[in-house]
Each structure stands twice: as C-alpha cells, then as structure tokens.
Write a protein that binds this ligand. Structure first.
Ligand SMILES: Cc1cc2nc3c(=O)[nH]c(=O)nc-3n(C[C@H](O)[C@H](O)[C@H](O)COP(=O)(O)O)c2cc1C
Length: 307
C-alpha cells in the first residue's frame, strides 16, 4: 500500500500509532514500527531526559522509522524538541499549538513534521509553517478532541491543503481505513485500537473495560472548560459531568482529573481513572498483537479499495 505517507515516513503501511500520554511508550512504539507502521512515543509531560531514554530503547528494538509526539503547550516542549534532533528521530507529530518556532531547526535536521489538527484553518496554517503532512483528527477520537467529526473534517482538509492528509478518529479496521482513503486521506492514525494491543503496557482492567465497551459508552468531559476529552463512562465521569452541569469552577474539576490517566493506565483504576478512548471502542472486542492489527487492517482495506 504505497502513498505519499509511506514515501514520507519510509514505512511499509500508511498507519501511524497515535502519540498517547502514558500509553505510547517504547514497547508499543517499537512493536508498531516492527509491524510495518509508524510507532510513536508520546512525550506528553515527561522530562526531556526520559524521552531520550525512551527513544534509545525503541532504537534497541527496531531499526525501522518511529516518531515522537510533542504536546507544544508543555513546558518541556523546547527541550524535547532538541532531544528529537540530537537522537536522530525521523518524525515528530505535534499537538496543542503551532510548531512554527521549532520548524527551522527540525527541517535543518531532516525531521519530518506532522501536526495533528482538528480544523481546516489549523491545517492551512500548518502547511504554511512548513509541515510535511497533517493528521486531521475528528471528534470521535479518544483523548483531547475538537468539534468536527472525521467524516466531515477529512475531505475538507484534503481540499484545503496540498500536503498529504492522515485521517484519525474512529478508525480501527480495514473498512475505516478504506473509508478514510475514499475521503482523500493517504494514511490513518489510530489510538484506541492500539490501547488494546498485546504490546501496550495499559493495565488489563482498562483493556478489558475497552473490549467490553459499546458504541455509546464514551462521553466528553471538559466541554465547559474549553478542553474537551473523550473517555469511557465511569464513576469519575459521572461526578465530573454532574459538577460541570452545576457550573463548578475549573480548579474543582481539575481535582478529579489530576493524574487520572496514569491511574487508569498504570494502576488499572477503572472507577476513578480517565479511560481515554474513542467512540470506536465499541467495535474492539479483543486484545491483538500490533502485527495482527496492522496486517489485518491493510489486507482488508486493500480488498475494499481493490488495490
Ligand atoms: C489514551 C489516549 C491518550 C492520548 N494521548 C494523546 C497525546 O498525548 N497526544 C496526542 O496528540 N494525542 C493523544 N491521543 C489521541 C491519539 O493520538 C489519536 O489521534 C486518537 O486516539 C485517534 O482516534 P481513535 O482513538 O479513534 O483511534 C490520545 C488518545 C488516547 C486513546
């Protein structure tokens, strides 16, 4: 399956594993890259030296390309941006802001830059700033989201930019990938599907909850704070949404979510943790290896697209 994305990334398949705080660490990133996709280390709020260690561990396990996801609002972002160059990381995906101020250094070092966007305006801005491609992420996705759904967002972004577009949000099988390609995407990014990968370090309680979820089991918290996040419904979201409805101040809401993704991923606390997952969780019924996930999706998509 060759597209401008496989050419750009040097991967076999045009499939990216989304950068995911706590979830996307070296085991998962290396497994995805070894399976022919692009594994990504989610830097999130980790100190730069921890990210460097993660990068080195991935390099020990694979000689295939992989990337780092940097959340630009994070105070550590400038240091992580340097680590990426020093360690020869081939690809950076960015979230939460514009990577413009790092662009010249990354380009000079040959790093491919792929911002994650949730609107046409942001995609156009990123193209002008020198991005090599964009991930257009619809509101079906797990984690922090925008407001437009994948079905509407992807073709509008494709029409607005010349660089290749990677679709994200609600994709977890060959049908989703084929549909994204019909909308003009040349690659897909998946998060939720890889949470339930054999190689993901996510606690089995979280994986089991995800595999039992139905189509309507995700909710969006944080709409009132301007930071909407899609997670699976649980005790924490029930309390959070009640407080939001009552107009609770940001500080009170934050108390409920501080460290909550860690609780879900590392401790398996499915009541109080933040079970970040997309709407497609309802379709994911079993934990599979990255190799089975990627080869299954590619072969099904190829049949549907008659490649
Ligand atoms: C548990 C979890 C954590 C995430 N954390 C991040 C993150 O730190 N940075 C980021 O850019 N996207 C993050 N995302 C979004 C993913 O990278 C990806 O774009 C998204 O999951 C795609 O939609 P899907 O969940 O429907 O596959 C996260 C998603 C999940 C499920």
């Amino acid at each position: 399956m060759k597209t401008r994305i496989t050419e750009l990334l040097g991967t076999e398949a045009p499939i990216i594993q989304g950068g995911m705080a706590w979830v996307a660490e070296w085991h998962l990133a290396a497994a995805v890259s070894n399976a022919g996709g692009l594994g990504i280390i989610g830097a999130a709020s980790a100190p730069a030296e921890i990210v460097r260690e993660q990068v080195r561990k991935v390099k020990e396990l694979t000689d295939k390309p992989f990337g780092v996801n940097i959340m630009l609002l994070n105070p550590n972002a400038p240091e992580v941006a340097k680590v990426v160059i020093e360690e020869g990381v081939q690809v950076v995906t960015t979230g939460a802001g514009s990577p413009a101020k790092f662009m010249a250094d990354w380009k000079a070092a040959g790093v491919k830059v792929i911002p994650v966007v949730a609107s046409v305006a942001m995609a156009v801005m990123m193209e002008r700033a020198g991005a090599d491609a964009v991930v257009a992420e619809g509101a079906e996705a797990g984690g922090h989201i925008g407001s437009t759904n994948t079905m509407s967002l992807v073709p509008q972004v494709v029409d607005a930019v010349k660089i290749p577009v990677i679709a994200a949000g609600g994709i977890a099988d060959g049908r989703g990938m084929a549909a994204a390609f019909m909308l003009g995407a040349e690659g897909v990014q998946m998060g939720t599907r890889f949470v339930a990968a054999e190689e993901s370090i996510v606690h089995e309680n979280f994986k089991n909850k995800l595999c039992k979820a139905t189509d309507i089991d995700s909710v969006v918290t944080g709409l009132s704070t301007g930071h909407p996040i899609r997670v699976l419904r649980n005790k924490m979201t029930k309390e959070y949404l009640k407080l939001e409805q009552e107009g609770a101040p940001f500080e009170e809401l934050e108390k409920l979510t501080l460290g909550s993704l860690r609780k879900a991923v590392m401790d398996g606390d499915i009541d109080n943790g933040s079970l970040m997952s997309g709407q497609i969780a309802g379709m994911i019924k079993e934990v599979k290896s990255c190799k089975d996930i990627i080869s299954g999706i590619v072969s099904d998509a190829e049949k549907l697209l008659k490649i």
